[in-house]
Design a binder for this molecule. Structure first.
Ligand SMILES: NC(=O)c1ccc[n+]([C@@H]2O[C@H](COP(=O)([O-])OP(=O)(O)OC[C@H]3O[C@@H](n4cnc5c(N)ncnc54)[C@H](OP(=O)(O)O)[C@@H]3O)[C@@H](O)[C@H]2O)c1
Length: 313
């Protein structure tokens, strides 16, 4: 298995840990599942496509024959699907030591919307992550001693800004802006959870540790929404200049599995331009926190007002 020495040196013995990984059927989520499982963790693979997830499990068993893997259906594209997932998790898997919030998409056609009416990228990557946490985090906090929440951001969030909720929901955003702002929203969620700020419609949380990562650039299937020839070109370019999915997973694995990664920290690759490399601690950008409380509070209020009939309990 690649990185075995590094994993043994940097990742704790995780034999008594259970981690949930959203979007574990492919890409860096799949390889993070493999790497954490290789250190003994029980991985709950929260994925939307069972057949595809089965193949992902087979890939993991190839390198880690005794991996402890469980599949739970998870589709981040609608509140209804998230409700079903949260219900299953509360009933069958109350003990969770960490959640790797990895599922994400980039640049689907602009007219694709979530059933709640959000542009698909904004909904899947940001708003529905917030909704998942609103529905689940209080329960996790009550039933566990310590829960690591690892938000998977992107360095596309370095060069954008989010001054208010309207800016995230602006229908005139380009597809790339939707992606970058959705990832900045995750960085802002990271800030409010790590500071344990008063959040609208959330209970007080005592056991949550929020961490942020970005994987650099990794050649994965995330480009599948791009026209075929462009996806091939982009992936070829990334592979040449950067890394594959297995290498891209290292920052995620490190944030979750290193024994001393703590609330509030941010990790990404140590190579040039943070494109590739082994994980290192990064500096949080000022705009990840500026206005994050106001933004998150506004989102909470908006969801409560527009979707008050929707609650998973
Ligand atoms: N690759 C990069 O260079 C890069 C850079 C920065 C950040 N990231 C972030 O890293 C994360 C993983 O991306 P990746 O590059 O590994 O892409 P990927 O290979 O396309 O994997 C994405 C995963 O998310 C899942 N997913 C997508 N929509 C979902 C939904 N509605 N519900 C549940 N799961 C869903 C996919 O499921 P299916 O298998 O069913 O499609 C897949 O398992 C994303 O959040 C991405 O934004 C990636």
């Amino acid at each position: 298995m690649r990185y075995q020495n590094w994993l043994e040196k940097n990742i704790a013995d995780l034999s008594n840990k259970t981690y949930v990984i959203t979007g574990a059927s492919d890409g860096i989520g799949l390889f993070s599942a493999l790497q954490l499982a290789s250190r003994g963790a029980h991985i709950i693979m929260a994925s939307r496509n069972e057949a595809k997830n089965q193949k992902a499990m087979e890939r993991i068993y190839r390198d880690v024959p005794h991996a402890k893997l469980t599949y739970v259906h998870y589709d981040q594209s609608s509140f209804t699907h998230i409700d079903a997932f949260v219900k299953t998790m509360k009933q069958h898997h109350p003990k969770v030591d960490g959640v790797l919030l990895n599922a994400g998409i980039i640049m689907p056609p602009k007219d694709q919307m979530t059933p709640e009416g959000f542009p698909l990228t904004t909904g899947v990557n940001a708003i529905n992550v917030y909704y998942l946490l609103r529905e689940w985090l209080g329960f996790l906090d009550q039933h566990n001693q310590e829960v690591k929440l690892v938000f998977v951001g992107s360095y596309s969030s370095y060069n954008t800004r989010l001054n208010d909720l309207e800016e995230l929901l602006n229908p005139r955003l380009s597809r790339m802006q939707q992606y970058a702002k959705s990832k900045l929203a995750l960085a802002m969620f990271h800030h409010v959870f790590q500071m344990n700020l008063n959040l609208f419609d959330f209970p007080v949380l005592d056991h949550i540790h929020a961490l942020l990562v970005h994987p650099g650039l990794a050649s994965t299937n995330i480009t599948h929404s791009l026209p075929n020839s462009l996806a091939k070109f982009v992936n070829g370019w990334i592979r040449f200049w950067s890394q594959d999915a297995e290498a891209g997973a290292l920052s995620l694995t490190y944030a979750m599995g290193h024994p001393f990664t703590v609330n509030g920290s941010f990790y990404g690759p140590n190579g040039p331009g943070e494109r590739f490399g082994y994980p290192k601690k990064l500096t949080l950008r000022p705009h990840f926190s500026q206005g994050s409380a106001k933004f998150t509070y506004a989102l909470g209020k908006y969801l409560k007002k527009e979707f008050s009939h929707v609650r998973s309990e």
